[in-house]
Design a protein around this ligand. Sequence first.
Ligand SMILES: [Zn+2]
Length: 341
Amino acid sequence: MRRYFPVLLAAALLLTSLTLLRPGESREPSTALRTPLPSTALPAEPGRLAPNELGRVMILEYHKIDHPEERWTRTPENFRRDLRRLWERGYRLVALNDYLDGRISLPRGTTPLILTFDDSSPGQFRYIEKNGELAIDPDCAVGILEAFEREHPEFGHAATFYVLPGADPPNRLFNQPAHAGAKLRHLASRGYEIGNHTLWHANLSKYSEDVVRKQVASAQTWVQAHVPGYRMRTLALPMGAYPRDLQWAVSGKSGDMSYRHDAILMVAGGAAPSPHSRSFDAYHLPRIQAVESDLKHWIDHFDRRPDDRYVSDGDPATLTVTRGAAAKLRPAPSLRILEGS
Ligand SMILES: [Zn+2]
């Protein structure tokens, strides 16, 4: 998987640089389903924004992809529309783990975007039979993402799925038991990430150390039963509830299974700090719930305040920050720091 991903990324970068050279391309997407832009705030044109690698990053949190649209459900049509309006504004997908590692390789002038999907509900990843063969449902989240990527390769390829291996149906590993292993292997081998969401969505604030450790370790045991050796690097807290001692969720052992989480994600909190910022706290990473009101709020916010958003300088070996902002940087000895305007 790690060898496969850079190839995809390199291809995406190449295509992006070609695309950006065509005048008007970013403002005139060729699709019939394009959403009209709000008249109050024009999106920033990708490539034109000044680099600011201390700006904030949206980590979006989706739950069900299904009908009808509800508090915890985004319809397939609205999910496609979300991708389109973010792409139009110069957002590009990056893997959560790359964000954590501060390895954001995007073309100059674009903004990282992280997608997360909680609870392994059926509409996130569904197989259907097509001409006697299994195919990914074009209306499930994975199908929609992969179709969008084919149409706009420069948008990138990444998403993290916080799965529940021991939940009751329909939330147990996307609810097609015969295909659970194939789905997890698809995710792990195609550049997606699988994250820990406990065994069956336990509210970790309610339990003893032993139960907390068992919940997170056994989730990994079940994932490894399908994807040998897979280590989940991040934990999304069910209901955003921390255990009494943070360390129980960070690392440890239960039975034969050791676990170590490099980040812990909350269920709310807004846009996340740049991974290069002093305010970055890997064990308290905020997310934005992908419901219409919150999405609109944050997209509008960054349209109005492009200076608040992370904008890449196009060179992973340098960090570009606004003038006078270098004091807000976390120490990053391996990177060259440039001060922009
Ligand atoms: Zn959940």
